[in-house]
Design a binder for this molecule. Sequence first.
Ligand code: PEP
Ligand code: MG
Length: 594
Amino acid sequence: MKEETFTNKIIKGIGVSSGIATGSVYLLERGKIPVIKRNIKAEQIEKEVNRFRNAVRDAIGELNAIKQSIPDDEVRRHSFIIDAHILMLQDDFFSRDVVNVIRKDNVNAEWALDMVVSKFMSSFEAIEDLYFRERAQDLKYIYDRLMRILVKGKSPTVETKKKAERGIIVAHDLSPADTIQLNLNKISGFVTDVGGRTSHTSIVARALEIPAVVGAGNISSLVKNNDRIIVDGDEGIVIINPTPEVHKEYISKQLRLKNIKKEFLRIAKLKSETKDGFMVKVGANIELIAEMDIVKKYGAQGIGLYRTEYIYLSRKTLPTEIEHFHIYKKLAENKNLDYVTIRTLDIGGDKFVSHIEMAKEINPAMGLRAIRLCIKETDLFKSQLKGILRASAYGPLKILIPMVSGIEEIKKTKEILKECMEELEHKKIDFNKNIELGIMIEVPSTCMISDILAKEVDFFSIGTNDLIQYTLAIDRINEYVSYLYEPLHPAVLRMIKHVVEAAHANGIEVAMCGEMAGEALYIPVLIGLRLDELSMNPYSVPKAKKIVRGLEHAYCKDLLYELFRQDSHKKSETLLRKEMARLFPDDFIKCIEE
Ligand code: PEP
Ligand code: MG
């Protein structure tokens, strides 16, 4: 297969980091290590256990060495993912289980490691939620490193392999540690066979702004070293050995994108204010604190949504109050952020964490998740709340509660929060006594009673991903009904309007942090509705600011009036697209059906 030379072969993958890279392939081949079972005698058991423990120690040593070798401060800031892997190794994460298998089954360390990790991996892979499934990848990186040390004594790194000069790495998979090294080696892009948008490697690629495509099937077995290749991280396309015409086309696209980016970075610094002076905050949604730097670079004023689920993943024990504290303190201390909204654990149902016991549910989206689970598992909830409170002494943190459906959950949350405050006071630990408490508006019931709830909390944040799912009865992960996802559905627009009016009548602010907020098309609608903050993927911030700055609030109000006269999503969308194409001809294509 490898001997075949392709011309202009297009491979479709998932574009996870924006930009275009062109260059020659540097193939990173790391064949799978065959794992052989050896039965060992009772007197060899301790020797085998020690061999495994030494491998863990060496793996930690290797990861520390990678960290130390990073000369660039900018890159070093992202090395916390390597720290996460070091912590997993130190945490006895699978060490204890592996040692138990060696002792119980009288087998060699490699076999025991393989058994334990395979078990973990299959439970991870059985999870429907993509984000959670990808966390299995962290286990896999640790497994690979340990296995190579056990088998060969050391782990090859991207750097110790051939010196790669501005090539494009093609590999079956890359660990976040590899990805950080790629940047050091001035690699211009990478492509992997496996992976998804939320895998750590993809997150690091975005943070380092290296164009990347993952999930590109069997690309590592299709290319050869020095093949010419194009990586389009926006379209998720890889072209092997492009013709000169195609190459030229991509070079001009690369130039165009560079200019757009330059323009975006200029806009990023500007205020997000309409021509007639209406201010709307533009915030960022993040999942990892590694994303903190790009948040500022792309001009977000603060963090409108920090999804804390990742903290609970890839570990066997629950995070402690102190662990929570250290994570949130890093965000609180970042002087570039005017505010940081920390959403408490939104897990349960189809989102799985091995160390939280949960019943199997037939309808998990409506099951024991988020605040419902936190109220039931008070200890779990309290360690997160106390971690946030402690960190609130260091900067402008806010607490956001997901999946609220009625006032009782707010009252109960406040009770628990009060207990947490009393416990910290008792220990003389500093915290912000006036920390703002807000709720996600994502269950239709909360829209209908938003006037009641607004008296109970300091702010609202509308989660349109779930709100649309529950309002229109469309499972958000079911591709067969995704065509029904209609942010301009009259019911959705009326709900948002109702929530904003209720909030403002009670003197509190309303943010929107669902995907709808980051779609440039909907911005005039959201301005017309008088949302106070739009929070989105950090890369969408400059475009959002550009649109805000090109609009007038008075115009948005009139447009909204027109939209409310339409009886369907379709009619509203046609009207909106036509208007946006008129106002922003460079950003919106004129609607065909008029
Ligand atoms: C939402 O539901 O819109 C939201 C922002 O939360 P998540 O996507 O994490 O459920
Ligand atoms: Mg939600």
